[in-house]
Design a binder for this molecule. Structure first.
Ligand code: GAR
Length: 217
């Protein structure tokens, strides 16, 4: 049985589209049952509809600071669709600790930096200002702290001297689109184990080349 997944978005939904595309494969262990946005104007909604995926909008604005009331409406939609796993994909709203704890181990997020470096806003600008030579993207289990939690998968790219936030973010986005479907595949097929603050992966350990940056040859 495929695990039933909800993708939560607030904007353009390119990671959502990558997850939808991956889940089309008959051997993918999860199906995207619904895409939920907290904004009616999220461009990703149209993409989801065009892919034939059910969508729902639960506008967060009217709830103001009442996160629990927003989450009650969200839980109702999740339960209507029989959701077992949540993927946050550019979902720009914080949850209460209670909601996060209820979904612990069943809710993933993606962030465009090598966490724990550069959580929060403007991770690409943060990476450029810090002068790191390698950055990337991280898929992690969600905990109450923002952009933190057991790391499932990371992908790295070289940071170039002439990078801008735009060029770096485009390169990292390609990596995001590769690792998020793979991380969901691992979770949905039961290959991930949570041990305290760490996540381990059954059957991992293949050979990986080192990424060295800058390339000076
Ligand atoms: C992605 O780069 C994602 O990693 C980031 O928002 C973007 C959403 O793009 N998420 C965060 O910064 C979470 N703190 P998308 O809507 O095209 O997937």
């Amino acid at each position: 049985m495929k695990r039933r997944v909800a993708i939560l978005i607030s904007g353009r939904g390119s990671n959502m589209a990558a997850l939808i595309e991956a889940a089309r494969a008959s051997d993918f262990p999860a199906e995207i049952a619904v895409v939920i946005s907290n904004r009616t104007d999220a461009a990703g909604l149209e993409k989801a509809r065009a892919s034939g995926i059910s969508t729902a909008v639960i506008e967060s604005k009217p709830f103001g600071k009442d996160r629990a009331a927003f989450e009650q409406a969200l839980e109702a939609t999740l339960s209507d669709h029989g959701i077992e796993v949540i993927c946050l994909a550019g979902f720009m709203r914080l949850f209460t600790a209670e909601f996060v704890q209820r979904w612990y181990g069943r809710m993933l997020n993606i962030h465009p930096s090598l966490l724990p470096s550069f959580p929060g806003l403007d991770p690409h600008g943060q990476a450029l200002r810090a002068g790191v030579k390698i950055s990337g993207a991280t898929v992690h289990f969600v905990i109450p702290e923002t952009d933190a939690g057991p790391i499932v998968m990371q992908g790295a790219v070289a940071v170039r001297d002439d990078d801008t936030a735009e060029t770096l973010s485009a390169r990292i986005l390609d990596v995001e689109h590769r690792i998020y479907p793979e991380a969901l595949r691992l979770l949905a097929s039961g290959r991930l184990a949570l041990e305290g603050e760490r996540c381990s992966t059954a059957g991992s350990g293949g050979r990986i080349e080192a990424l060295i940056s800058p390339a000076t040859g």
